[in-house]
Design a protein around this ligand. Structure first.
Ligand SMILES: Nc1nc2c(c(=O)[nH]1)N[C@H]1C(S)=C(S)[C@@H](COP(=O)(O)OP(=O)(O)OC[C@H]3O[C@@H](n4cnc5c(N)ncnc54)[C@H](O)[C@@H]3O)O[C@H]1N2
Ligand code: MOO
Length: 418
C-alpha cells in the first residue's frame, strides 16, 4: 500500500462554482493519443483524428437538378418564343461524353450529366413539347437547374476538421466525396463502479436495508450511447477501504477514466477520499456549488482521470452531465461543445436557498407568445429521487443568487440526455 499523499485540497477545501469545476475537470483531461483507421460504416459517432480531404469533388460532374431540357442560351436569339429540336435523351448514369448540338436541346433527367456546351436546364413543366421539338416562351437564366462540379465540396479541399464526431450527415458527406475509410481517435477507456453495502442488483431479492443499484444503470446506459467510449463495468464494490482501493487502483491502471458513485461525502462509511489519498491522487475538485451534487470529487489517479460522483441518483446524473461528461468529451478529442439549451420561462413558484446553481427537472406542454416553453417543476428537489428526472423533458437551470423563482421568470432549459 502506498503512503498517504497530500491532496491539493481536503474535505474542507473551497467550494467551486459549476463553471470553475467544469473547467478544472476539462483541464485534467488530456485527449487520448493515437489513432485507428476504420471503414466509414464502422466509424459512426467516432471522433475524427486528422483533417479529412475530399478524394473526389462533390458533385463529381455538372449535372441536372431537374427533369427537363438542357440548352445553350446563345441559341435563343430574339424575344421568343423559341423552338428547339431534341437531339438526344440523357438519363442519370449516362456514361457518354456528349456535346450539345448547335441550336438543339437535350431531354435530360435529374442527376444526369449536363452535355458540354449546355448552360441552362428548363424544367419540363415550362416547355410545350410537340414530337421531337420543344417550345419555350421565357428566357432561362444562365446556369439555372445545373449543379456544378465541386459546388458542394471541391476536390482535394478539407471536407471535415479533426475533433468532430462522425454524425450521420458527416458520414454522408464522406461517402459523397468517395472517402471510404477514416482516421479516428482511440476510444476512451472508461471504468465504472458503484460503492455501497446497501446496494443490490435488480433481479436479486432485496435484503433488509438494501436498495437496488440504479447508478450503475444510469452510467452504463449513458456511456453506452457514446461510440467513443470503451466501457468496463466493475459492478458493485463493497464499502471496505481495502476493496475500494484495490478496485480503484486496478481500474486506474487499465483505463483512461474511472467513475465511481457513492462514498464521497463526509460520513465514516464514505471511504473514497481516504482511498484517493492513499493512492496519491491529485485532486482538483472536492466541493461544487451545485444542487444536487455538492460532494463531487475530480482528480488524477496515476495516468487516469477520476470522477467520484455522489451516491444520490439525481446528484450522480447531474454531476455526470455537468462536470464529468465535458471532461470525457475532451479526453475523446472532441472539439465541439454541444450547445443545446433553450430559453424558457418558469410556470411554477419555488422559494429556495441561494448559493448553489440548481438543476430542476421540468416538463412543459405550453409555450408563451415568444415560443418559449412554460416550465412545470417535477418533484421536490430531492437528490435521491429518480422519478422526476425520468419523467423530465429537460433540466431547468436556476442561477445561484436566485432565492425565488416566480411564474414568467426567464430560465434556460437543457437536455439531460445529450
Ligand atoms: N453529514 C453529511 N452528510 C451528507 C452530506 C454532508 O455534506 N454531510 N452530503 C449529503 C449530500 S448533499 C449527498 S449528495 C450525499 C452524497 O453521499 P455519498 O456520495 O457519500 O454517497 P453515499 O453516502 O454512498 O450515498 C448517498 C445516497 O445515495 C444512495 N446510493 C449510493 N449509491 C447508489 C447507487 N449505486 N444506486 C442508487 N442509490 C445509491 C445511498 O444509498 C444513499 O442513500 O451525502 C449526503 N450526506
Ligand atoms: O449534493 Mo446532494 O446531491 O445535494 O443531495
Amino acid at each position: 500500500m502506498s503512503s498517504p499523499a497530500a491532496c491539493s485540497t481536503g474535505k474542507s477545501g473551497p467550494t467551486l462554482s459549476v463553471d470553475a469545476a467544469r473547467l478544472r475537470a476539462k483541464a485534467a483531461a488530456c485527449p487520448i493519443a493515437g489513432k485507428e483507421i476504420l471503414p466509414i460504416d464502422q466509424a459512426i459517432g467516432r471522433v475524427i483524428a486528422a483533417p479529412i480531404m475530399a478524394a473526389h469533388a462533390l458533385p463529381p460532374f455538372d449535372n441536372s437538378a431537374m427533369d427537363g431540357y438542357a440548352l445553350r442560351l446563345s441559341d435563343l436569339t430574339g424575344d421568343g418564343p423559341w423552338y428547339l429540336p431534341i437531339y438526344t435523351r440523357i438519363a442519370a448514369g449516362d456514361a457518354r461524353s456528349l456535346t450539345l448540338a448547335a441550336g438543339a436541346a437535350a431531354h435530360i433527367f435529374t442527376g444526369a450529366p449536363v452535355p458540354f456546351g449546355a448552360d441552362a436546364v428548363v424544367i419540363q413543366e415550362q416547355v410545350t413539347r410537340a414530337n421531337d421539338m420543344i417550345l419555350l416562351t421565357e428566357r432561362p437564366r444562365l446556369g439555372q437547374n445545373i449543379r456544378r462540379q465541386g459546388e458542394d465540396v471541391a476536390q482535394g479541399v478539407q471536407a471535415l476538421a479533426a475533433g468532430l464526431a462522425l454524425t450521420p450527415p458527416r458520414l454522408a458527406l464522406l461517402a459523397g466525396c468517395g472517402v471510404s475509410s477514416v482516421a479516428v481517435r482511440p476510444r476512451v477507456r472508461v471504468a465504472i463502479l458503484s460503492t455501497g453495502d446497501e446496494l443490490s442488483e435488480p433481479g436479486s431479492t432485496l435484503g433488509p436495508g438494501q436498495i437496488y443499484n440504479s447508478n450503475r444503470m444510469l452510467l452504463r446506459a449513458t456511456l453506452s450511447c457514446f461510440p467513443w467510449v470503451d466501457l468496463t463495468d466493475l459492478g458493485i464494490v463493497t464499502d471496505d477501504p481495502t476493496c475500494i482501493q484495490g478496485a480503484i487502483r486496478h481500474a486506474a491502471q487499465t483505463n483512461d477514466v474511472v467513475i465511481s458513485s457513492g462514498g464521497v461525502s463526509a460520513g465514516e462509511e464514505d471511504h473514497i477520499l481516504d482511498v484517493l489519498r492513499l493512492e496519491a491522487a491529485e485532486l482538483d475538485v472536492l466541493k461544487v456549488a451545485i444542487r444536487p451534487g455538492k460532494p463531487l470529487t475530480v482528480g488524477r489517479l496515476g495516468q487516469a482521470l477520476y470522477f467520484g460522483l455522489p451516491g444520490n441518483p439525481y446528484a450522480a446524473a447531474i454531476t455526470f452531465s455537468q462536470i464529468a461528461k465535458p471532461a470525457l468529451r475532451r479526453a475523446a478529442g472532441l472539439m465541439e461543445e454541444p450547445d443545446t439549451w433553450l430559453p424558457a420561462v418558469a410556470g411554477f413558484t419555488y422559494s429556495r436557498t441561494t448559493g448553489r446553481r440548481e438543476y430542476v427537472p421540468v416538463r412543459w406542454s405550453e409555450r408563451d407568445s415568444f415560443g418559449r416553453p412554460v416550465l412545470m417543476r417535477l418533484g421536490q428537489g430531492a437528490s435521491a429521487s429518480i422519478s422526476p428526472m425520468a419523467q423530465a423533458m429537460g433540466i431547468a437551470v436556476v442561477p445561484p443568487e436566485i432565492d425565488m423563482v416566480a411564474p414568467g421568470q426567464a430560465l434556460t432549459v437543457e437536455s439531460l440526455a445529450e
